[in-house]
Design a protein around this ligand. Sequence first.
Ligand code: 13P
Ligand code: SF4
Length: 305
Amino acid sequence: MTIAKDLSLEERILKLKEERNAVILVHNYQLGEVQDIADFIGDSLGLSQNAAKTKADVIVFCGVHFMAETAAILCPNMTVLLPDHHAGCPMANMINAEQLRQKKKELPNASVVCYINSTAEVKAESDICCTSANAVKVVESVANDEILFIPDQYLGHYISTKTNKKMHFWPGYCPTHARIRDRDIIRLKQEYPKAKVVVHPECRPEVIALADEVASTGGIIRYARREDVREMIVGTEIGIIHRLKKENPDKKFIPVSEQAVCPNMKLITLEKVLWSLEEMAPVVTVPKGIRLRAKATVDKMLTIV
Ligand code: 13P
Ligand code: SF4
C-alpha cells in the first residue's frame, strides 16, 4: 500500500486507517500526540465496550498488552495491532495461571475476581473480570461471600472498604501508582487548599484515604467536568493531564507526582502507529482454548455494567 510521503504523520495514519478499515482505540495515559488521533479514548472499561461493538476490520490498540489482548478476546475475527509489542503491564505479569491454580487450591471456597490488568490465561482461570470503573459493583454481584481478588492488592483493599465480603488479596501492585505518596498530597493540599483530590484506586490505601474522589481514569475525566471543580490534585499516571487540560482549558490540574509515569504506555508513538498500520504488525492473538474461557469471564462483567 503506497501513501504519499508529503503528508504529515497524522495525515498518513488517517489515510491508511481508512484504507484498512481500522479503528484507533487509545487509553487515557497515552502520549498527547497519540490521544489526539484517537477514534475513541477512554479507560479500560470504555475501551473494552468499544472494542466489543466496533464494525472495523482492524483495531490499532494504543495502550498496553492486556488491553489489546482483551480486544482480541472479544473480537476474534478482527486483527488487533499493538504498535509496540513490548508495551506490557508489570502488574498484569505479577501472577500467572499456574500461581493462580495453586492459590485456588488453597482457597477452594473463594470465587476469583480478576482485575482486567491480567493476562488472558489468568482471566481464563477466573470467575469474573472487573475494571477500576466497576470493581465494587462486580464484587457485589458475585453470589459467593468469599472472594479471591487478583492481582492488585491496593484495588482489592479499596473494594474491601466498600463491601462486607471476605476478601483475599494477591500481592500485586502498579509500580507507577506506588510512586504516588500521601506526603506529596498533604503538601499540595496546603499549597492549593481549594483543590479537590482525585486518585485512582490502584493507589496505596493511605493515598486513597486523603481523596475527595476515587475513580477510574474515565471517572477522573468525568469528575473534572463538574462545575464546582476548578482545581484538581490528580493522583494517577500523568498522561491523563493532557486530556484533562484539553477538555477543561480554564481549570487547573496539579499532578501529585511527575514521577508517576508508566513507561510501557509511553512506548506507543505516532511513528509506531503508522508503521503498525503499514506492516499490519505486531498482531495480538489469544489461542482459542484460552480465549473462550477468558471471554466468558469478560462477558460476565460486560453484562452487569
Ligand atoms: P483505567 O481502567 O482506570 O483506565 O486504568 C487502567 C490502568 O492501567 C491504570 O493503571
Ligand atoms: Fe499497568 Fe500501572 Fe501502567 Fe496501568 S499504569 S498499565 S497498572 S503499570
